[in-house]
Design a protein around this ligand. Structure first.
Ligand SMILES: Nc1nc2ccc(CNc3ccc(C(=O)NCCCC(=O)O)cc3)cc2c(=O)[nH]1
Ligand SMILES: N[C@@H]1O[C@H](COP(=O)(O)O)[C@@H](O)[C@H]1O
Length: 203
């Protein structure tokens, strides 16, 4: 399965996905990395791994539709079949999400449906949660509301700060996202027409 990864920054999730898809056992191959920000570390990580990169700078587009349309054009150019949002921080338009429905995965740093949106780790701390974690989900038009593919829980410790909790969640992300990508790429999981997860017991 040909995979495109969309990033906005550091790319630690991209790094985990690249390491997983390099394995001979993997059903997935990352064929392009697209960033909406120029010069980010994630682009260097991809180049070091010999993966093609493109920058689609959202500041250069008059509308979200044109920005998303350009990203879509690059994904088609590379014959991408599955798209992973790995620290990608732009909301995608409904038409883009509908076109890639069931083929678009995102990693979120909380146990959805709790703590949607940005600063999820801070929300968990402020709520006094004793457990948090990460969620990999199919992307739906409604932000952070898509069908859940994989989750991993982590403890919230007494002296946790937003940074220490984020670091612990990120370690879980680096396991959950590669595992979820293999499930989707290998046909173990797909999105039903009703928007719910369908598990293939034989995959
Ligand atoms: N339609 C759809 N698109 C998404 C795009 C990115 C992410 C990644 N997680 C994200 C969740 C929230 C945001 C956010 O609210 N950023 C501040 C506004 C940035 C902007 O103006 O664009 C960004 C990424 C998830 C989704 C999703 O669930 N549905
Ligand atoms: N989606 C969120 O973006 C953050 C940065 O990810 P990365 O750029 O290090 O992969 C991660 O915490 C992830 O949950």
């Amino acid at each position: 399965t040909r995979v495109g990864v969309l990033i906005s920054g550091t790319g630690t999730n991209l790094q985990a996905l690249m390491e997983q898809t390099k394995r001979t056992s993997s059903s997935a191959e990352i064929v392009v990395v697209i960033s909406n920000q120029p010069g980010v570390l994630g682009l260097k990580r991809a180049s070091l791994a010999g993966i093609q990169t493109r920058v689609v700078d959202h500041k250069l587009y008059g509308s979200r539709a044109e920005f998303d349309g350009t990203i879509d054009h690059v994904l088609e150019e590379f014959d991408v079949e599955v798209v992973c949002l790995a620290g990608f921080m732009r909301i995608l338009t409904g038409s883009f999400v509908r076109k890639w429905n069931g083929k678009l995965l995102n990693i979120h740093p909380s146990l959805l449906p709790s703590f949607k949106g940005v600063n999820a780790q801070k929300q968990a701390l402020q709520a006094g949660a004793r457990v948090s974690g990460c969620t990999v989900h199919f992307v739906a038009e409604e932000v952070d509301a898509g069908a859940i593919i994989a989750q991993e829980a982590v403890p919230v410790l007494m002296n946790d700060t937003e940074e220490s909790l984020s670091d612990r969640i990120r370690e879980a992300e680096h396991r959950a996202f590669p595992a979820a990508l293999e499930l989707v790429a290998g046909g173990g999981v797909r999105l039903g027409d009703d928007g719910r997860i369908i598990w293939n017991p034989n995959a």
